[in-house]
Design a protein around this ligand. Structure first.
Ligand code: PMP
Length: 356
């Protein structure tokens, strides 16, 4: 099941191979046990790895200090909060997994072939992941993106050589989606429209890699999974895998508490185009996080935990701590796992870092 992908290199037309993220560990059967997972996880490669091969297998970080600093810490000792450090992916975010999965799927289905340009709408990280893969594998990338993304993101995308259509910031990520649809509709011969919001290969990437990694790294002891909703791929894919492993694992998602928010990468579903891949019935619980709470947590994680993470990652820790408090109050022990989608690198110019 090596799932090697071949694509022609644009410049020299030499066939090159993109061996897909976690391909050796994909498609675990429903009855997978943690011992089986260990056996089936990809092995470290002795002689280095290509850029696409380095996607996935991210560390699971234990957050020790952040709970200890809470006034109500007493009682939280039996609760573990663990987080996937997704900035360890080569493009710097969780979206490398989805982008690699969707690109591989498009190649397998024959819709991405030499001469085609990959197109998608993104508020940042998927765009960066596609641009990185385009440069590593050899296909052009065209993105529709709101013009107010951070200057750091703009520079990264320019460095990878992607072409960007900047869309009206007031229309948010939905404005970018509408532009990508328009471009794809006008020139279907030129574009391979990835459409991450409707693409099953998005959540399947997490079902095949992030979910099994969490089971393996917790030795199957995870009790709660917490993730923010953007395209919803992370939440859908990981939750499906974990619930197949044990139906008692709780799947908890969160979104920004209002339409205008600072949680980059996340969507307020009540006022946005709801991603086609989202199924609300999977969630045991839905939470909302305020932007200010996430900013405050981002500063605390940097100062107390040595973790310089992005805003949605800080929101994920805030939501996980809420669950930790409730479990502690109920006298239960818990292993709460969340995802830290990216590091603070792309948000360092934001003013909230200077607040006390
Ligand atoms: N956080 C950040 C920083 C992101 O870029 C994204 C992707 N939009 C998410 C969270 C949410 O991930 P997903 O698209 O898998 O729901």
């Amino acid at each position: 099941m090596s799932a090697k992908i071949e694509i022609e290199r644009r410049r020299d037309l030499e066939p090159i191979q993109l061996s897909h993220i976690g391909s050796e560990g994909c498609n675990f059967p429903m009855e997978t046990t943690s011992t089986q997972i260990k056996r089936e996880m990809p092995k470290a490669k002795a002689l280095g790895a290509s850029v696409p091969d380095r996607i996935g297998a991210t560390p699971l970080v234990r957050l020790d200090s952040v709970a200890r600093h809470l006034p109500e810490y007493h009682g939280l000792e039996s609760i573990k909060i663990l987080a996937k450090a997704e900035w360890a992916n080569p493009g710097g975010s969780v979206k490398d997994r989805a982008a690699a999965g969707m690109v591989r799927d498009a190649i397998d289905r024959g819709v991405l072939k030499p001469g085609k340009t990959v197109l998608d709408a993104s508020s940042g990280n998927t765009g960066i992941a596609l641009a990185m893969l385009g440069s590593a594998v050899g296909f052009p990338v065209h993105l529709a993106m709101p013009a107010n993304v951070s200057p750091e993101r703009k520079r990264i995308l320019r460095a990878y050589g992607a072409v960007i259509d900047w869309t009206d910031p007031d229309k948010g990520s939905d404005g970018a989606i509408l532009r990508a649809r328009e471009l794809a509709g006008n020139d279907p011969e030129r574009f391979c429209y990835i459409d991450q919001y409707s693409n099953d290969a998005n959540w399947l990437a997490h079902y095949r890699t992030t979910g099994p990694e969490i089971l393996e790294q917790t030795e199957g002891r995870v009790t709660h999974f917490v993730a923010g909703l953007g395209t919803t791929g992370t939440f859908m894919g990981v939750s499906r895998k974990l619930k197949e492993f044990s139906s008692s694992i709780k799947a908890i998602n969160f979104q920004p508490d209002s339409a205008f928010h600072g949680l980059e990468g996340l969507k307020h579903l009540g006022t946005s185009l709801v991603p086609v891949i989202y199924n609300p019935h999977l969630a045991d619980r839905e939470m909302q996080v305020e932007t200010e709470a996430a900013y405050d947590m981002a500063r605390r994680l940097a100062r107390d935990e040595g973790l310089l993470v992005g805003i949605s990652a800080a929101a994920a820790v805030w939501a996980s701590l809420q669950i930790a408090r409730e479990e502690a109050e109920a006298g239960r022990s818990a292993v709460i796992v969340t995802v830290l989608p990216d590091s603070a690198d792309k948000y360092l110019s934001e003013r909230f870092w200077e607040d006390e």
